[in-house]
Write a protein that binds this ligand. Structure first.
Ligand code: SAH
Ligand code: SF4
Length: 401
């Protein structure tokens, strides 16, 4: 793995975050790391559960709110620890109720997080980013035009969900059936499996039953196909998997997604077959952007069905969102419907994703331009960059659960 775009860990974010006073961020630590930090303070490991509940069940943002800890202990904790939250630079809500936050991290890098409510039920998905920029250069993706700025830390990934909970006041953690923020989709900016450790640590925190308590079947991670890490992910956390597939042949896929040259379709399909937990009840989602004249023929649909044979899966057809400078076009609506019908006729569910949040530029391919415009307007330095392409909703956003 010599090509820098395929590095899976070299830019990994630091595991522990310190503030300017050298205090350790409690957010983003695993239970084991937190136990170590308390041991350094001469405290027993049962403190971890107490503090965990305050942070992730009650959602406190200050150590002083942890009222079942003695004042002297809280004072000692204040000297050693802090609780981070990304800063909300802007919050917008769409006419269709999609909500978007522009978040700023300690080094002024920014990321956008989107909440996509289910239109029919009291639930919805928070779409989170894992990197600022992306090392890959998929031709249809706006994020792909921006170089990787850096990986986000586990605290920054978890922090995106905490901000969403703050915004909807969903503290303490409500029952699983009574939550607006019921699902997480790791489909924001960046390739999560190229920021593996921080992403997995964040997913473990999000799914810990004592805290935020999301069930694994309500968390979906989307990857462009980092094959070796798919095996690791299945073993380490086993959340639902979505694959950015977008082509039925290696020729076309390599043309629009450079990662295919490294891990071609045969290997990708095998990794899907081997993904633990991929059953009919928890199918893998294949995301497929409809690109006019590139990947949208009936023959493509039939080839897709042949290729995924035996994998418990469903498709999600994404109308392509053009962006300034993109050379690709979205397939005509009739073609997309026909493509969906061909797949359905062969026994595969293939709904067409409805764009959401377009009025607040929260749809795929729209976030990057939005952030750049904002930055220019505010006259900030060009390197304080960020931004992403987020998906519209559909199956992963309103999973079959
Ligand atoms: N890097 C991961 C996670 C990002 S997910 C991955 O590629 O899977 C972002 C989703 O939005 C992916 O399915 C991606 O293919 C899709 N997407 C990117 N650009 C798009 C565009 N212009 N129109 C529609 N969907 C797009
Ligand atoms: Fe990166 Fe995913 Fe966009 Fe490809 S589709 S450039 S992997 S964010």
């Amino acid at each position: 793995m010599t090509d820098p775009i395929f590095k899976t860990s070299a830019e990994d974010a630091p595991r522990r975050s310190l503030d300017s006073e050298g205090r350790l961020d409690l957010i983003g630590l695993s239970r084991e790391e937190m136990a170590e930090a308390f041991a350094e303070l001469g405290e027993k490991s049962f403190r971890v559960k107490q503090v965990w509940l305050w942070l992730y069940n009650r959602g406190v943002t200050t150590i002083d709110e942890m009222t079942n800890l003695s004042k002297p202990l809280r004072d000692r904790m204040q000297e050693r620890f802090f609780i981070s939250r990304p800063q909300v630079s802007r919050e917008q809500t769409s006419v269709d109720s999609t909500r978007k936050w522009l978040l700023r991290f300690g080094d002024r890098n920014e990321a956008e997080t989107v909440y996509i409510p289910d239109p029919d039920e009291e639930r919805g998905a928070v779409c989170i980013s894992t990197q600022v920029g992306c090392t890959l250069t998929c031709r249809f993706c706006h994020t792909g035009t921006q170089k990787l700025v850096r990986n986000l830390t586990a605290a920054e990934i978890v922090g995106q969900f905490l901000i969403a909970r703050d915004s909807y006041g969903e503290w303490p953690t409500p029952n699983e059936t009574g939550r607006l923020l019921s699902n997480v989709v790791v489909m924001g900016m960046g390739e999560p499996l190229f920021n593996y450790d921080a992403t997995v640590n964040a997913l473990k925190i999000l799914t810990d039953p004592d805290g935020i308590s999301l069930s694994k079947r309500r968390v979906t991670l989307s990857t462009s196909g980092v094959v070796p890490r798919m095996y690791d992910l299945g073993r380490d956390v086993g959340v639902n998997l979505a694959i950015s597939l977008h082509a039925a042949t290696d020729d076309v896929r390599s043309e629009i997604m450079p990662i295919n040259k490294k891990w071609p379709l045969k290997e990708l399909m095998q990794a899907c077959r081997d993904y633990p937990g991929a059953t009919n009840a928890r199918r893998i989602t294949f995301e497929y952007i409809m690109l006019k004249g590139v990947n949208d023929s009936d023959a493509d649909a039939r080839q897709l069905a042949r290729m995924v044979k035996g994998i418990p899966c469903k498709f999600n057809l994404l109308p392509f969102n053009p962006w300034p400078g993109s050379t690709l076009e979205c397939s005509d609506w009739a073609r997309i419907e026909r493509f969906s019908d061909v797949l359905a006729g062969l026994g595969y569910s293939a709904p067409i994703r409805t764009p959401r949040g377009r009025d607040i530029l929260a749809a795929c391919g729209q976030l990057k331009s939005d952030s750049q415009r904002e930055r220019k307007a505010r006259g900030l330095a060009a390197d304080a960059s960020l931004v992403g392409v987020l998906p519209e909703t559909s199956a992963p956003a309103t999973p079959a659960a």
